[in-house]
Write a protein that binds this ligand. Structure first.
Ligand SMILES: NC(=O)c1ccc[n+]([C@@H]2O[C@H](COP(=O)([O-])OP(=O)(O)OC[C@H]3O[C@@H](n4cnc5c(N)ncnc54)[C@H](OP(=O)(O)O)[C@@H]3O)[C@@H](O)[C@H]2O)c1
Length: 294
């Protein structure tokens, strides 16, 4: 299947260039003391103003009501994504629930918290050992049929899960981590290309730790291009993930998280950075694990 074929979320065949992960978005603890750069409403408005319309949250993040408030009045501009299936326990642990009744109940609850009639892209957040993927995806397909969800996605699953799910209902996106510190997503690419599924590459800056926790070889490969381009090493790390889209010619949508307007704008700029072949090769060596990643 043509990996760039149109689908319900990008009918022109052109997927979004970059999304915004809202996992860390929180209401300010004391509204009077809010840093304007970190006001959640302003962060989301700035994203939409910059053309970043794919916004990603989840039931598990506990912020769907806040996300709903930040997009109120601009709902039509947003490609709204949420996820179900990971449930917090009382002692701070979590479990996976993906049976049909949970799918239906979770979607209703997310729609209510988000204050919307439909979720554009609804993901199973994590594979379940207890529920066959066919049961979960059949229930997700019923949500599409009912007009509550426009497209379905999977996250933290196996290649076999994707194939089994796709026989029940077309899967539009897989969300997996891809950064210079974690190349797990790469193994999915052939299957995604074959089935016409987009990769939403979450945590492309390794949760922001890429330059703090990384060993010297990793830091150097990022800081030298950063100095040349007058940007930060984190922007280079994000630019490297963007570069993968050019290499693989299939839909890859980097999903950095930011709760600061400054970070958001830096990440928008990173999408257009040009890394040289030498710079890319040095970073590739890290990503492939041939340089100690610590
Ligand atoms: N499917 C899954 O299982 C799964 C798992 C994890 C994450 N996700 C998704 O992926 C999104 C991103 O994940 P993530 O936040 O863990 O990782 P990330 O995008 O790699 O890193 C985000 C961290 O880096 C900081 N940051 C962002 N841009 C920056 C910049 N330009 N300069 C300096 N610091 C910057 C952020 O700080 P500020 O917050 O201060 O801006 C935040 O602490 C989440 O929001 C979520 O939507 C999905």
């Amino acid at each position: 299947m043509d990996p760039l074929a149109p689908n319900p979320l990008w009918p022109t065949g052109k997927p979004p260039r970059q999304g915004l992960g809202l996992m860390r978005l929180r209401d300010p603890e004391s509204p009077g003391a809010t840093d304007p750069d970190r006001d959640p409403h302003r962060v989301v408005q700035a994203a939409l103003d910059e053309g970043i319309t794919l916004l990603d949250t989840a039931e598990m993040y506990g912020n769907e009501e806040l996300v709903g408030r930040t997009i109120a009045g601009r709902r039509d501009e947003v490609l709204l994504c949420s996820k179900f299936g990971v449930v917090w326990g009382e002692s701070g642990d979590f479990s996976v629930q993906a049976d049909a009744a949970t799918v239906a109940r979770s979607c209703e609850a997310s729609l209510r918290r988000l204050g919307v009639d439909v979720i554009d892209l609804y993901y199973l957040h994590h594979r379940s050992d207890a529920t066959p993927i066919e049961e979960t995806v059949t229930a997700m397909a019923e949500l599409v049929e009912a007009g509550k969800v426009r497209a379905i996605g999977l996250s933290n699953v196996t290649v076999e899960d994707i194939r089994r799910a796709h026989t029940i209902h077309p899967v539009t996106a897989l969300q997996e981590q891809w950064s210079v510190m974690s190349d797990a997503a790469e193994a999915f690419l052939p299957t995604l290309a074959e089935l016409g599924i987009a990769l939403v590459a979450h945590s492309p800056m390794a949760h922001g730790h890429v330059t703090v926790a990384a060993p010297a070889g990793v830091r150097a490969a990022l800081t030298e291009p950063a100095a040349r381009l007058d940007v930060t090493p984190l922007q280079v790390a994000l630019a490297w993930v963007h570069q993968q889209r050019r290499r693989h010619t299939q839909p890859i949508i980097p999903l950095p998280g930011a709760t600061s307007i400054g970070h958001l704008r830096a990440n928008v700029a990173a999408a257009s950075l040009e890394l040289s072949d030498d710079e890319l090769s040095r970073i590739d060596a890290i990503a492939a694990g041939s340089v100690d990643r610590g």
